[in-house]
Design a protein around this ligand. Structure first.
Ligand code: IPE
Ligand code: IPE
Ligand code: MG
Length: 260
């Protein structure tokens, strides 16, 4: 499995080879530092970050992934200067206005996770439009985490469950992991197999905390605008070389082969 992906381009028509993750989450970090290191304003880093996102979506289609979740704006990102927040909102609008039809033509199904209430009505409208237009598509599932926070998502899920218990619609004993997961924004979406973060930071920053329980992590030193198909393929190859155990033992362990 090791290195398989980087040795051979995988065509969209191929069935997903073993070792290729079904769901990849990406924490697109480092736009500001990319720009600062070139003496450019942060917005320029975000613009180039949008280019990198376009490339990542194309690559995800070609690599045969089922789901790509991209962390675009966290609930904590509101604490940035007003101007930067406005730039980031503007870029999301630009992405949907310019790219939605291309995504639709590529059979991509768009889903947006995160809190909608705090967003401007025109942005909310665009998000609904993107989901509605691509609802019946059967290709890559592109999940955009925008105004997303995992703690807020988990707290909101707990709140709806408490309301249902209080109203007598469910019993406390109905609540198990699977039941809880159905109340998250990602209900029905398989957990991410792999989470990639650029910029050298090694943290989740409130991204998919419930869903990442058994995800593999690949941290890349490059900033997000430099993330290209080659870097993506290398991260997938690294994933392919990992041994996932989910708390159990591997077949080799069971046979005593891995023990001395
Ligand atoms: C990621 O880049 C984009 C968003 C968080 C919206 P940053 O803007 O966080 O860039 P750095 O981390 O400051 O370099
Ligand atoms: C995480 O990056 C959020 C996104 C990439 C959208 P941040 O730049 O906001 O995370 P911290 O502040 O470095 O943890
Ligand atoms: Mg950052």
């Amino acid at each position: 499995m090791r290195g398989m992906i980087s040795n051979k381009p995988i065509l969209a028509a191929d069935p997903r080879p073993r070792g290729v993750p079904a769901h990849v989450g990406v924490i697109m970090d480092g736009n500001g530092r990319w720009a600062a290191s070139r003496g450019l304003p942060r917005i320029e880093g975000h613009r180039r970050g949008l280019e990198a996102l376009r490339g990542a979506v194309r690559a995800a289609i070609d690599f045969g992934l089922d789901y790509l979740t991209v962390y675009s704006f966290s609930m904590e990102n509101w604490s940035r200067p007003l101007e930067e927040v406005a730039d980031l909102m503007g870029l999301l609008k630009r992405f949907i206005r310019n790219d939605l039809h291309d995504l639709h033509d590529a059979n991509v199904k768009v889903k947006v996770i995160g809190r909608r209430d705090d967003l401007q009505p025109d942005i909310r409208g665009l998000l609904v439009e993107a989901e509605e237009l691509t609802r019946a598509n059967t290709g890559l599932n592109l999940i955009v985490a925008f105004n997303y926070g995992a703690r807020q998502e988990i707290a909101a899920a707990a709140r709806t469950l408490a309301e249902d218990v209080a109203a007598g619609r469910i019993k406390p004993s109905d609540i198990d992991e699977a039941f809880f997961a159905q109340r998250l924004d990602t209900a029905g979406v398989p957990d991410p197999d792999l989470i990639i973060r650029t910029s050298g930071e090694k943290r989740l920053s409130n991204f998919l905390m419930w869903q990442a329980a058994y995800s593999e992590f690949v941290f890349l030193p490059m900033h997000w605008p430099d993330f290209d198909r080659k870097a993506f393929a290398a991260a997938l190859a690294e994933f392919g070389s990992r041994e996932r155990r989910f708390g159990g033992v591997t077949a080799a362990d069971e046979n005593g082969k891995a023990r001395t």
